[in-house]
Design a protein around this ligand. Structure first.
Ligand code: ATR
Length: 284
């Protein structure tokens, strides 16, 4: 007798173009897990009732995307340490004893940099641009990767200062020099430059100068597809190794899948398949 698959979804607004259902169906096929992963479009003022109804219908968990990651964090009764640091959650597990909120964005980013791109972070200097949800969500795991230094630079420096203050103990525990700066004094010659701002989406270009790079730096935009193109072109034209956020997307999904299912999929073939899809879509 076959039983119905366990249900999950990505909850957000918008979610129509999310690649997560495809990624999770590839993971399920590969690992032989009985999983049905869909999309949950939530009204901007109706995330909580929508997700509660989804859980009440028997679903096991969900990913959460823009703009609900902060609300998801508030909804849970238990939170992983990395979700606590981020104050935001991209992964909920609907446990019977109370919902668990995790945040897999940062660990996904670190894994994409160190494993997929093969760039070590230990002892390196890292510039993290932006102080919105995307950048705040990855700072804790970046610190855990033990670079020598992380500079968080943002247009509104007070926002970066608040996030840096929240991570100060974590940075000290890991021996990482952590500071907040404005865009005009972000610094120079970083080994790794991560763009977590919405600046490329707004079409306003990269809001820092090429002096933040040096020959062979890794420059990574958390976006992918057309939204990342201007940043990638800029990075390449200044001698950096450019990388988009597709690897991070696949890796954060794998961490969520592992949290829910207890098995971590092999991301290499899945990233290759998603890369081909995204490239084909961009070429159209
Ligand atoms: P998200 O949750 O996706 O990170 P967000 O919270 O709106 O989105 O944050 C967007 C980030 O991009 C912020 O760091 C923002 O800078 P401010 O904090 O000063 O608003 C940054 N950003 C957006 N447009 C920008 C631009 N044109 N130049 C520089 N930074 C920009």
């Amino acid at each position: 007798m076959s039983t119905a698959p366990d249900r999950y979804a990505v909850a957000g607004n918008p979610v129509a173009h999310s690649r997560s259902p495809h990624i999770h169906s590839l993971f399920a096929q590969q690992t032989g897990q009985s999983v049905d992963y869909g999309r949950l479009l939530c009204p901007l003022d109706g995330f909580t009732p929508e997700v509660k109804a989804f859980a009440a219908s028997g679903a096991k968990g969900c990913n959460v995307t823009v703009p609900f990651k902060f609300e998801a964090f508030e909804l849970a009764t238990r939170r992983s340490p990395r979700a606590e640091l981020a104050q935001a959650s991209n992964t909920l597990r609907f446990d019977e004893g109370g919902w668990l909120a995790d945040n897999t964005d940062g660990v996904g980013l670190v894994r994409d940099i160190t494993v997929n791109a093969g760039v070590p972070l230990v002892g390196r200097r890292v510039l993290l641009l932006g102080a919105g949800g995307a950048s705040a969500g990855v700072l804790g795991p970046l610190i855990e990767a033990r670079p020598a230094e992380i500079v968080m630079a943002n247009r509104t420096v007070e926002k970066a200062e608040a996030i840096v203050a929240r991570h100060a103990d974590w940075a000290a525990q890991h021996g990482v020099k952590l500071s907040a700066r404005g865009l005009s004094d972000a610094g120079t010659g970083f080994d790794v430059f991560i763009n977590g701002t919405a600046a490329s989406l707004a079409g306003s270009g990269v809001p820092v100068g090429p002096e933040v790079l040096k020959a062979g730096s890794l420059a990574l935009d958390m976006m992918y597809g057309p939204a990342a193109q201007a940043f990638l072109d800029w990075a390449r034209s200044h001698g950096a190794v450019a990388r988009d956020g597709l690897g991070m997307l696949v890796e954060q999904a794998a961490e969520s899948f592992a949290l829910w299912r207890g098995v971590r999929p092999d991301t290499t073939p899945v990233l290759a398949e998603m890369r081909a899809l995204v490239d084909a879509a961009s070429a159209r």
